[in-house]
Design a protein around this ligand. Sequence first.
Ligand SMILES: [Zn+2]
Length: 473
Amino acid sequence: MQEEHTAKAVTAGGQPVSLTALLASREQRVAYQRQLLADNPQAILLAIKLNIPGPVKNSPKIQHIFQAGWLALWEQLADLNCVTAQQERTLITGPAAYILVQGQSLREMKSLAMSFERDFFFGRLFDVDVLGASSDQALSRQDLGFAPRPCLVCDQPAKYCAKSGRHDLATILAALDERYQAYFVREPVLPHWSSAQVARMGVAACLYEATATIKPGLVDPFSVGAHRDMTAFTFMDSALVLQPYFEKMLVQGRRFQGDDVTALLAAIRPIGREAETVMFAHTTGANTHKGILFTMGIFLAAYGYASQAGATTLAQVQTVIRAMARHLVAQELAARTTAQATAGQKQYARFQLTGVRGEVERGLQPLATVGLPVLREGSGTVNERLLDSLLALAGAIDDSTLIKRAGDPAAVSTVKAAVAKYFALGGAQTSAGFRYLTALDQDFIAKNWTLGGAADYLILTILVGKMTGLLPD
Ligand SMILES: [Zn+2]
């Protein structure tokens, strides 16, 4: 139990830092800030860092927190004239970032920074120093009408608790862990992002998936897997033309009025069909993203609807998705209303498999229960984390693309056994796990198998990972 707690701690996987190293990094930071201001005398500098109690100042989860804050701050600065923005996420002394803004007053920028520290979920962990050449440098929180910063544990002024040593380190770290759990784990928070920002993240998610290497049976830069009509380049062309349609589907959700969201599904369908036509035109007829257009389109519209009034949660978006897709299986698969059956309808008739419609009707559950937790708990490179998420998803779903290719639902058990072996070997972070993936790719190519359904779930996982801060953006 103790061990499990330690592994889930925010500081897990981090290295303790000596006081000497901390002091040296502070000196470097101050010198760098001075240089930035000297080079840009008209600008105002926002220097951002985290204030993590204890000897560990960086870890994969600390970077999640930093990234979430960076996104939130960046959204507020989006309309301003930023001349420089840079991040140093992996420093052992803690993530840091610098933003130079032109044409703003020091007072306005200080107000913006203090509002961020006060309002953002992890704001009390952030230090946003606002520096400029102006004379009102010394403006304090009180001067600008802000209350003293609250303690992480008890809401009293943090200064008071720090001075009196009111809480021991274990208590403060437990409060930090609890905050992480609330934001990233129990009910992942999806902030109110602009439709343009999310559409761009959606495209990035498609490109990340296409780039993750090596994927069994799927197209990546190293192998086209069990596909003959497309390469990683086809996926790039396809992903890029989808951006305006992703945005349109989200905007439909943001503007939708009323409670019967089955009408929202009807409203985005023509956009999806148009996007499909454009996709086929840019892939010389290859089906690169038809499945993800359907699921991501519904996800984006549901997110737009759920976030009309502000931030929402993944669970709330899933509730909207289930409501949008109510009766989808009964209406479109079981009914067999058309003479020309789709692949999904044929599969339903043959194997009683509900495919992507069934997945949507159940609220795309594996995204929340499998994809996101594996992405979150992974500590390797982005590629390794994506591969582990993909394989975990492949082991958790009945992949309709796989069953269609194999012509037999029994293929699902074969894949599940392969996934179990992959994780027993240690996953993508071990050379044995990686070699096994390469062998699996060859095996899938020989069998003409692919994992299209799992790949679509991976894309959704990446999108939500970007929206929350689990992945760099
Ligand atoms: Zn306190």
